[in-house]
Design a protein around this ligand. Structure first.
Ligand code: AMP
Ligand code: ZN
Length: 136
C-alpha cells in the first residue's frame, strides 16, 4: 500500500535519496532534514500508514524494537546522554507529514528544551472525571 504523492513513501522506498542510517524489508531510518539536535532521525515504515491509529499492532511492536536498536547505536556513536522518542498524530499534535514516523531525538547535556510543557493543576475530582470519560 502506497500513499499517492506521499514523500515519505518515496523516501522509505528509495525513490528519493536520503541519509539512511538503517534499512530492512519493512523500514528505513533516515536523518531528519530539519533536525532538532545532532543525529535527529526518523523511523519510516515502507508501507503507508497515515498515523498511529492506522498502524497495525505488529508494526507498533517492530517500531519500538527498532527505536531501541537505533537509540543504543546513537548513544554509543554520538555520545548523546539522553533520547526523546516523539511521535505526532494529527495536525493538532504537530504532525506535518501524514505518513507514520517516529522521531528519535538524541539529547546532550546542553540544557536545551525540546519536549516540554507547563504542568496543569487539576483537582482530584477533575482527574477522576477524565479517568471515567476515558475508561467508561
Ligand atoms: P512531524 O511534524 O512529526 O510530521 O515531522 C515531520 C518531520 O519530517 C520534520 O521533523 C521535518 O523536518 C521532517 N522532514 C520533512 N521532509 C523531510 C525530508 N524530505 N527528509 C527528511 N526529513 C524530512
Ligand atoms: Zn506514505
Amino acid at each position: 500500500m502506497r500513499g499517492e504523492g506521499c514523500i515519505f513513501c518515496k523516501i522509505a522506498n528509495g525513490e528519493i535519496p536520503s541519509n539512511t542510517l538503517y534499512e530492512d524489508e519493512g523500514y528505513r531510518v533516515i536523518l531528519d532534514l530539519g533536525p532538532a539536535t545532532k543525529g535527529h532521525a526518523l523511523i519510516l515504515p515502507k508501507e503507508h500508514y497515515a498515523n498511529l491509529y492506522e498502524l497495525p499492532d505488529e508494526n507498533c511492536a517492530e517500531v519500538l524494537k527498532l527505536a531501541k536498536k537505533m537509540a543504543v547505536r546513537m548513544k554509543e556513536k554520538l555520545g548523546c546522554t539522553g533520547m526523546n522518542l516523539v511521535q505526532n498524530n494529527g495536525e493538532s499534535a504537530g504532525q506535518t507529514v501524514h505518513h507514520f514516523h517516529m522521531h528519535l531525538i538524541p539529547r546532550y547535556d546542553d540544557g536545551s528544551r525540546i519536549v516540554s510543557w507547563t504542568p496543569g493543576e487539576p483537582s482530584a475530582e477533575e482527574l477522576a472525571r477524565i479517568r471515567d470519560t476515558i475508561c467508561g
